[in-house]
Design a binder for this molecule. Sequence first.
Ligand code: CA
Length: 367
Amino acid sequence: MQIRIKVLKLITLLSVGVLLSSCGGAPQSAETTAPSASQQIFRWKMITTWPKNLPGLGTAPERLADMLREMSAGRLDIRVYGAGELVGALEVFDAVSQGTAEMGHGAAYYWRGKIPAAAMFTTVPFGMNAQEMNGWLHYGGGLDLWRELYEPFNLVPFAAGNTGVQMAGWFNKEINSVEDLRGLKMRIPGLGGEVLARAGGVPVVLPGGEIYTALQTGVIDATEWVGPYNDLAFSLHTAAKYYYYPGWHEPGPTLETVVNKAAWEALPDDLRAMIRVATRAVNEDMLSEFTARNNAALTTLVEDHGVLLRRLPDDVLARLREVSDQVVAEIADADPLAARIHASYTQYLRDVRRYHDISEKAYLEVR
Ligand code: CA
């Protein structure tokens, strides 16, 4: 194996030599030139919103760092920090903005207190699913708007993960009517939290690592987190017994990687290309992992742990939908850029639905 790697490295070196020669310029000896950007080693820190190595959300930044180290042959060497190791879970945006770390992994909706329109780059209640978000971001102008939104904060954002449709969450009592939402203290961030507030509930924002204790001790009555795979890892089934679906509030949340602008600009072109490609790979990889693991985790929760699976009643969903429409419409009022983001998202959703209603949706209904 060792020998094979050495042979491969030799072949790579020879190929580079041939390429340089074929470009016309005589390759300079490494001993006679100063280290250039193409030889420099960049040692970066990546801070995250997730507990270290949490399945799915926490392993994605680790995979991103591993991938970049391998692709760059060690020239981009990133050390990953879990929530609280270097900065708190909800301090990632500010810390990367200020250059405390070069890179971060989290979710844009955690920053909506600072930038209301940021929530649209994670997820919108009753909005796009994962497939549609990826289409909007990468082929529908979404990512360009996201870059523009983060530019004043010295941040370059990338989509770097998606969980697919989430679960509505864990509840200590059944939800049988809109009235049952009244006074309900629930951990639910993003626009979904605002919707719950207007439907009579009390939304609480807590980072993942603090959810279990809050639910167990009765500080909150309910929580959403992700879906079976991640919720099982947090043992949320030992703190509440009703597990509701569908995740109306997070139908396909995009996770983000942010890079400090100065750090980004200091990179040579090839390392920037590697970040663009590796974030796209991690973006897809996380969705594949959740898709492959959620079902087995759901079976364990229901069959081994006696979790009671419930669907939210239609009238509750209808009320949440009605309130969501108001909340999402109000984002456009924040400022002209927020209005453009809102217009782009809603127009894209309208367009993509026209075909998805007769393709993805129609197919799932007949399968
Ligand atoms: Ca969630």
